[in-house]
Design a protein around this ligand. Sequence first.
Ligand SMILES: [Zn+2]
Length: 368
Amino acid sequence: MIPTLLSPDRLKACFAADYTEAHIKFRHACDRHDHSAYREFVYREKGPTNEKLFSSVYWLGNPNAKRVLVLQSATHGVEGFAGSAIQIDCLDDFLESKLDDDLAILFIHALNPYGFAWLRRVNENGIDLNRNFVDFNAPLPDNTAYAELAELLLPGSEKNINEADRKLQLARQQLGQVAFEQAVSGGQYAFADGLFYGGQAASQSQLYLQQIITDFELLKREYVAVVDIHTGLGPFGYGELICDHPPESKGVQWAKQVYGQSVTEPALGSSSSVPKDGLVDYYWQNCLADKLCFITLEFGTYPVEQMFDILRLDHMLHRHTVNWRDSHVQKIKRQLRQHFYPATADWQEMVLLRGRQIIRQALQGLSA
Ligand SMILES: [Zn+2]
């Protein structure tokens, strides 16, 4: 018999095929603990088959714990499969033993349930939540480089896409890969149906997150470690730890001390991610300053060019009312799901194992 670290049953128990299954599995995982600690934040919008949408929140451990690990999933909707599975695995199996009295884990399941259900990165208003955390009372960040590419990224019709691609290739060569990626994905506030759009006001999810931070009195805690789980960037199955705290700040120091040398920093060019505007990370940093370490746990899938191509098709699709049962719609949605959730056993196993490692490291760091 070859020993296995994770059985096929375990993978099946943790991963879901769609948002509703993920939501139900998460709720059941919470039910096995203290049921009263479970809460749901309901959304106005519905899923593609008229299902209800929630951000579900669960507090595991002493309500007065001084130090808190926050596990957040589906900030980017369709990327929620991995984060949801890590959360369920953690609730189900990993933490059989009781947490130390000073420690608690706050699970935020599906911060963007609309995107999770509709297999989109963005929310009900086409907003990328991870570009939405800017000060809307101040002038919004200006991304002229995106404006110059906007027409090529999302041409009027899918028929024009080959011609647009040739021009985009040229732009990529002229700008260089990093500057090109930053122009496209760094965040923009001028094209509401465009890629990586940050919005014109705080999103519903942002307001719920603010409420969660207030309701669970996170500002009063001694230390908070947030792990926000994403997919779609970097080598297949590898869980990169991306740290967007300012270089050499206390947050970076904590991250490196606790998670080790695999921590990368977009600001220093060591990450598969580029510096971006309006990250949810910055909101947490504003709230908690030196009492916080926020990391993005990003699981790789396929090349970034493929991601841009699929996102372009999705945005062109959602310019019009989407008929969920239409075969063209289903084809594009299958590609989106595949890109952000490959769903093979090797990928799933890598996700859960890395998830367990990061959770253990975070809890050890918080206990020290
Ligand atoms: Zn993401």
